[in-house]
Design a binder for this molecule. Structure first.
Ligand code: PLP
Length: 465
């Protein structure tokens, strides 16, 4: 089979998957044993026809896939794939560029440069921020906090890139009690250790309390300090008061990092931007392309207001490489923890080109309106309780059991909804109680998707004795 026939056939598999979304169950249906049976077996002893390989993969993987691009997938915070971004992602794989250096792929470097500036403008960040395209928000935290570590230790007279951390002044990290676990993990990667982290009390929605931060700051005035704020709590969608946090932190010379994995996108909407007021005053920001911008997976974004700290922490040179030098050519390797890397900016560029500023704002606002519709329709029903202030795209729902255990009842409703297949969502624990967690972040979700899903959730809730 020639290459064009193989690629056409692969495109047909892709289109078939997407066209089948309205009818198939949203969750995966295959068991672990079934998947091992169809995908496993002994190491292949020799070659196979590529077309057969792709046909086999598509057939065997399908039942083990969640319909994540479906408008009725509300699990975690997942996003979807905009058509232009999906198609650009195919081209990215096809072109197979190593996007580490300008000299290897000028187009990848320029698209990254342009997309980074577009993103900063879209998200209302200061002009001149440095940026990098990484695998996800986890590595965006790592990158930003490496720059932060450099910056606060340099101010304390310590060169961490040369000396390492042994003997360095101890860095103190302050973060809200409801921070995302990827912050803790980034600190581990950076050798700061979880003991460097001091949790700051939060309010009932999970927002860091600025008064509690001021108090905590006062306790260690002389230590180099990093404060991690969050816009978009992974359960409630709540947003830390970043303005007052920056006031308290900057007064004491601390670096403020913002975990805005999905919530930072509120800044792209004129009507939601007041929610994240002050966020532009932080020192670094981590977010995702693969969540709310609806770029296919493997798309994290990081920005810092301190390009020299960013470059000092991440940059690298080697004699065999061809570096861009002092002109405006961009070498991504200067800004990322990776060396060889995928040209991740192509799908981001395509997403922004296809939506424009107004389209991104509409996408974010539409998801939030769908979340409010979920909350209104479910919250109005007997035996259903909405547990959070729905300020963004997240809804927490609980099914109290007057006769017994609301946790068990809620978990059982979640299980039945997953099994029903009309939509997919997951459970979580909020303030010690089991909840159903609904996250709306897919460009393709319609009002009808919400209404069908609400009906399925209520049907499942009523079926629990
Ligand atoms: C998803 C998420 C992360 C981690 O992002 P990845 O892209 O999965 O690495 C961090 N913080 C918050 C608030 C998130 O929602």
């Amino acid at each position: 089979m020639d290459l064009r026939t193989l690629l056409d056939r692969t495109a047909a598999h892709a289109a078939g998957f997407l066209e089948g979304l309205p009818e198939r169950p949203v969750g995966p249906t295959a068991t672990l044993e079934q998947l091992h049976k169809t995908l496993g077996g002994p190491l292949p002893a020799g070659p196979s026809d590529p077309a057969q390989v792709v046909d086999d993969l598509a057939a065997a993987a399908e039942p083990g896939l969640a319909a994540i691009p479906s408008g009725r997938y509300f699990g975690f915070v997942i996003g979807g794939g905009l058509p232009a971004a999906l198609a650009a992602d195919w081209l990215t794989a096809t072109w197979d560029q190593n996007a580490g250096l300008y000299a290897i792929s000028p187009a990848a470097a320029v698209v990254e440069d342009v997309s980074g500036r577009w993103l900063a403008e879209l998200l209302g960040l200061p002009a001149g921020v440095s940026f990098a395209f990484v695998t996800g928000c986890q590595m965006a935290h790592f990158t930003a906090l490496a720059a932060a570590r450099h910056h606060v230790l340099e101010a304390a007279g310590w060169d961490v890139e040369t000396q390492g951390l042994a003997g360095a002044p101890r860095i103190r990290v302050l973060a809200g009690d409801e921070r995302h676990v990827s912050i803790d993990r980034a600190l581990r990667y950076l050798g700061l250790g979880s003991a460097s982290l001091q949790a700051v009390p939060v309010d009932g929605q999970g927002r860091m309390r600025p008064d509690a931060l001021r108090e905590a700051m006062a306790g260690g005035r002389t230590s180099p300090t990093i404060v991690c704020a969050e816009v978009g709590n992974v359960n409630t969608g709540a947003v830390d008061p970043v303005g007052p946090i920056c006031d308290a932190a900057h007064q004491a010379g601390a670096w403020v990092h913002v975990d805005g994995a999905f919530g930072l996108w509120a800044a792209a909407s004129p009507s939601l931007a007041p929610l994240v007021e002050g966020v532009e005053r932080a020192d670094s920001w981590a977010t995702d392309g693969h969540k709310w911008l609806n770029v296919p997976y493997d798309s994290g974004l990081v920005f810092t207001a301190h390009p020299s700290a960013h470059q000092a922490a991440l940059g690298v040179t080697a004699s065999y490489l061809i570096h861009a030098g002092e002109d405006s050519r961009r070498d991504a390797v200067t800004w990322t923890p990776e060396f060889s890397r995928r040209a991740r900016a192509f799908p981001v560029w395509a997403a922004i080109r296809s939506l424009g500023r107004s389209g991104v704002a509409e996408l974010v606002e539409r998801c939030c309106a769908h979340a409010r519709r979920f909350a209104d329709q479910l919250g109005g029903q007997p035996g259903v309780e909405v547990c959070n202030e729905v300020v963004l795209n997240q809804v927490l729902v609980r099914f109290p059991d007057p006769a017994g255990d609301g946790d068990a009842r809620t978990r059982e409703v979640v299980r039945r909804v997953q099994e029903d297949g009309t939509c997919w969502l997951s459970g979580s624990t909020w303030q010690g109680r089991a909840v159903m967690r609904i996250s709306v972040s897919n460009w393709s979700t319609t009002t009808e998707d919400v209404d069908r899903s609400v009906a399925a959730i209520l049907r499942c809730a009523r079926s629990v004795p």
